[in-house]
Design a protein around this ligand. Structure first.
Ligand code: ARG
Length: 465
């Protein structure tokens, strides 16, 4: 092959990502050939010893070699020529690469699930500390209601838990072994597909060789929860940037997670959060890129498919890094309690006044809403007097119902959050109660991840120990 063409089409550079798992796939194939009487014991042992060595020494393929599969076969041929000679008997790069990718996806998914759970745990623990710390929540980025900082943190914890669950669900396709499918239509070689699947920790074997060797949409299913995680991280980062600005002033980022300006000494720039929201956007692009590569693919392996996996690894990498930084931010963030309280001060809880008018005085909610709106405006304009308050009621055909103090105490943020009764509200007691529930969920998912990881890692360890 022309050297430029070889470099141009090679996957060697990014095959380093599946180096280990490809070694395992080869080891399993060798064992299977031996079991089936297609390779003698001595040759198989020699090959396994070589593969064990290759696993430990991690060789780097030169940039002109087609891919890791060709490279490993070359390396094997130096130390175990009989086995190398038979390596492609009943095994193609097409089924081998999907097998290696699926195993690697599972490994990374378990790792990233752990990181997401760590971030969730920090969010939840911090939410417990701030269950009653009054903090505003927004709609249309306008102050909407008093809530608590713990309540806001828990919303992120729940969003991340959902991503984590869906990632684990999406791993189903990666639990199916393609090995024994050969290049596209199966093989006449008497391969033992069940055996090789077991050796590599797959739960079952695939049903159709054409699908097994050349479908890659399952990677978009894996990418989706990462994509959604990036969306959550992006909102989180954006909120940090906004809330830490002097205009909002609701939170403070610790010095070690911020940068100062090289010229304006007063500044504490939220650079970690800025990079987080941008890395998230980069990840969002990956799903589109992968979908682009996968569209208009005729059935059967095409080399286009090799370009998909680097995008998947990139998503794993960037989302992991951001989850790690999210956790650090969460642990160190401080609430500017006065500012947060002020943002919740009357008239922010105006809806509570309207609710009171309806629930205690039997006024229809639409009318109550209009009255509360007038009172709110007057508070915001700082011209609410007892006289003005009475007039507002009279304008609606009602006798005066409240003294100013009562109105203000109905809208007092501390009191308002305590009055929320519906489950799921920003009531400090409920936020506190949710801490235990959420931590329990974290533990359950952690255990599930650990069990699944063990099954896989024990198989791999046994294979080349
Ligand atoms: N390097 C390819 C990939 O990563 C695997 C090789 C398949 N090549 C082939 N000519 N059938 O997908």
């Amino acid at each position: 092959m022309d050297e430029d063409a070889a470099r141009y089409t090679s996957s060697a550079a990014f095959d380093t990502e599946i180096y280990e798992t490809t070694v395992y796939v080869n080891a399993a194939h060798i064992k299977m050939l031996e079991k089936q009487g297609l390779l003698n014991r001595e040759s198989a042992e020699k090959a396994l010893t070589t593969l064990r060595h290759l696993l430990q020494t991690r060789q780097t393929p030169p940039p002109t070699v087609e891919d890791i599969h060709i490279y490993l076969e070359q390396l094997l041929s130096e130390k175990a020529p009989e086995a190398a000679e038979m390596l492609a008997l009943g095994k193609s790069r097409n089924d081998a690469v999907v097998a290696a990718v699926k195993i690697e996806v599972r490994r990374r998914a378990y790792k990233i699930a752990d990181m997401a759970l760590d971030a969730v745990e920090s969010l939840v623990r911090k939410s417990g500390e701030h269950a009653a710390t009054v903090f505003p929540v927004y709609t249309h980025l306008q102050r909407a209601a008093p809530a608590t900082f713990g309540f806001v943190l828990q919303s992120y914890a729940i969003r991340l838990l959902r991503c984590c669950n869906s990632l684990l669900t999406m791993l189903e396709a990666c639990e199916e072994s393609p090995l024994g499918s050969a290049a596209v239509a199966g093989t006449s070689v008497p391969v033992d597909r069940e055996y090789i699947a077991q050796l590599l920790g797959f739960r079952r074997t695939s049903l159709n060789a054409l699908e097994a060797t050349a479908s890659r949409e399952f990677l978009t299913l894996v990418l989706s929860p990462l994509h959604v995680t990036a969306l959550v991280l992006s909102s989180f980062a954006e909120e940090i940037v906004l809330y830490a600005s002097e205009e909002f002033g609701l939170i403070q980022i610790p010095e070690e997670l911020a940068a100062t300006s090289s010229i304006m000494p007063q500044k504490r720039n939220p650079v970690v959060a800025e990079i987080m929201r941008t890395k998230a956007s980069e990840v969002l692009g990956l799903l589109a890129t992968v979908s682009g590569i996968l569209s208009r693919q005729p059935s059967g392996y095409n080399l286009d498919l090799q370009q998909v996996t680097p995008k998947v690894w990139q998503a794993f990498r960037e989302v992991s890094e951001s989850l790690h930084m999210m956790r650090k931010l969460v642990e160190k963030i401080e609430v500017n309690r006065e500012k947060a309280w002020e943002a919740c001060a009357p008239p922010t809880a105006a809806v509570e006044l309207a609710n009171h008018l309806t629930l205690k005085h039997g006024i229809g909610f639409r009318k109550a809403h209009q009255i509360a709106a007038k009172i709110s405006r007057s508070i915001a304009e700082q011209n609410l007097t007892q006289e003005r308050l009475d007039t507002i009621f009279q304008e609606h055909g009602l006798k005066p119902l409240y003294a100013i103090g009562e109105v203000l105490s109905l809208m007092n943020p501390d009191a308002a959050v305590k009055r929320y009764t519906a489950p799921g509200s920003a009531n400090p007691t409920m936020v506190s109660e949710n801490v235990e529930k959420l931590l329990k969920t974290v533990e359950e998912i952690r255990n599930r991840v650990e069990v699944e990881r063990r099954v896989l890692e024990d198989c791999l360890k046994r294979l080349l120990s």
